[in-house]
Design a protein around this ligand. Structure first.
Ligand code: URA
Length: 222
């Protein structure tokens, strides 16, 4: 990818982030601290899509920086992908919350919130044009595959995602963290299965013509 193309994508993402930050289509646009647009490599082959920002993400304005984020980083590292090489975002850019006493608690995004935010997500997908999309958890999967999607039965296989991009669904890292004992081991095994498919698809998608060229002259320079 040329430097000019990278810069152009970066500029488009910055502009779109500003547009998304001005959005108040949902109530959560008023209760959030920050609009968590997304971050990562604008030329990433892999785009990871979670459900919505939690408390830490809302405070810092960055996706997946809490406990679930740490596990996501480990999951990506397991398939040799540093976080910086991936683009990470969510189905909704504002933190979905409900009030408990004086405190705001996290909740999954409502379908109408995901629908309101969908144009922002679609723009991100259009700009980044990833080779593969990895959806984390049922809400993210339902955004693309419809409300009947059952993560326990339908994850771990390839779907045709937006713009025909291969889409894989796996368990959300926060769900993995909520499991204990053998259940956690089982869930981790399933996530690993899905991640290996993602790695293979990414390798397949990187055609030899796109692999970085190494000049012989450099290799044998003395
Ligand atoms: N969970 C999500 O789905 N997204 C985040 O950014 C953080 C936690």
């Amino acid at each position: 990818m040329s430097l000019a193309e990278r810069a152009a994508r970066e500029a488009r993402l910055v502009r779109q982030a500003t547009i998304a930050a001005a959005c108040r289509k949902c109530e959560i646009g008023y209760t959030r601290c920050n609009n968590v647009y997304g971050e990562g490599d604008p030329c990433a082959s892999l785009m990871v899509i979670g459900e919505g920002p939690g408390e830490t993400e809302d405070r810092l304005g960055r996706p997946f920086v809490g406990r679930a984020g740490t596990l996501l980083d480990q999951m990506l590292a397991a398939i040799d992908l540093p976080r910086e090489d991936v683009y990470i975002c969510n189905t909704v850019k504002c933190r979905p919350t409900f009030k408990e006493g004086e405190k705001l608690r996290n909740r999954p995004p409502e379908p109408f919130e995901m629908a309101n935010c969908r144009p922002y997500l679609d723009k991100q997908i259009e700009i980044i044009a990833p080779k593969v999309i990895l959806a984390l958890g049922a809400p993210a999967a339902k955004t693309f595959l419809g409300p009947k999607f059952l993560i326990t039965k339908q994850r771990g296989i390839w779907y045709e995602g937006p713009a025909g991009i291969p889409l894989m669904v796996t368990f959300h890292p926060a769900y993995v963290l909520r499991q204990t004992g053998n259940t956690m081991i089982g869930v981790k095994r399933e996530v690993w299965h899905d991640l290996k498919l993602v790695r293979a698809k990414l390798q397949e998608a990187t055609l030899p013509s796109e692999a970085p060229e190494i000049e012989q002259a450099t290799l044998f320079e003395v």
